[in-house]
Write a protein that binds this ligand. Structure first.
Ligand SMILES: N[C@@H](CCC(=O)N[C@@H](CS)C(=O)NCC(=O)O)C(=O)O
Length: 216
């Protein structure tokens, strides 16, 4: 049995989207980030990233975490890559070359996209206007990588293998944090259309509905 720890309003969205795509049975334990609780000493109610019960799963105190039999994984993109390879059929790699490309796009997302994209999300959440300097600097950091992605997507509908795969989930989720920027993604039309294709998938909308149903 697969168990995913982490609320939908977290990077647990990544494995949860994937699991909605592949339709495999799993248990969901909605551990919430401790910093989101009003009482920092909230203990174990509700189960949160500082709860001793969760720290025994992931001593880092971060979500998501996944347990499958005796395998414990605590990095969201490692979880999606593992689940896609073991259970994902066409969503996972069909060859060593595809596995390498899926890994490369995951690392591209986490090393080149995620941090700057999160700077945009956090600045906007703090009430910064879209014209804020922090947002402009973060957007400028991303343009080089978005141009690279645009070049790839001008010749491909999906990232790897001519079909929707875990590579699309991983990168779309990293890039989602930049979507609050008013113009950035639209500067790269092939990227914009690919992101829209990813987010139009029924499994994404099902995941997103569950995320929206959680308290903000
Ligand atoms: N690299 C990790 C990052 C995980 C992460 O930062 N998770 C956040 C929620 S999205 C968290 O648990 N924050 C609570 C904390 O760091 O105390 C991954 O992608 O799995």
């Amino acid at each position: 049995m697969i168990t995913i720890y982490g609320v939908y309003r977290s990077r647990a969205s990544r494995p949860l989207w994937l699991l909605h795509e592949i339709g495999v049975a799993f248990e969901h334990v909605p551990v919430i980030q401790a910093y989101r609780l009003k009482d920092a000493r909230a203990g174990d109610a509700p189960l949160n990233t500082a709860s001793s019960a969760f720290l025994s799963v992931n001593p880092l105190g971060q979500i998501p975490a996944m347990v499958e039999d005796d395998l414990v994984l605590t990095e969201s993109l490692a979880i999606t890559l593992h689940l896609a390879r073991r259970h994902g059929k066409a969503l996972g790699p069909q060859s060593d070359a595809e596995a390498a490309l899926m890994m490369q796009w995951a690392l591209f997302g986490t090393s080149n996209i995620e941090t700057a994209a999160l700077e945009i999300t956090f600045a906007l959440a703090d009430g910064a206007p879209a014209s804020d300097g922090v947002i402009a600097i973060a957007a400028e950091k991303l343009r080089r990588y978005l141009a690279h992605l645009q070049r790839h997507l001008m010749g491909h509908l999906w990232l790897v293998g001519g079909r929707f795969t875990v590579a699309d989930i991983n990168l779309a989720e990293c890039l989602r944090y930049a979507q609050g920027h008013p113009t950035l993604v639209a500067e790269y039309p092939a990227v914009k259309e690919w992101l829209e294709r990813c987010q139009a998938r029924p499994a994404f909308t099902a995941m997103w509905a569950k995320r929206m149903a959680e308290p903000a």
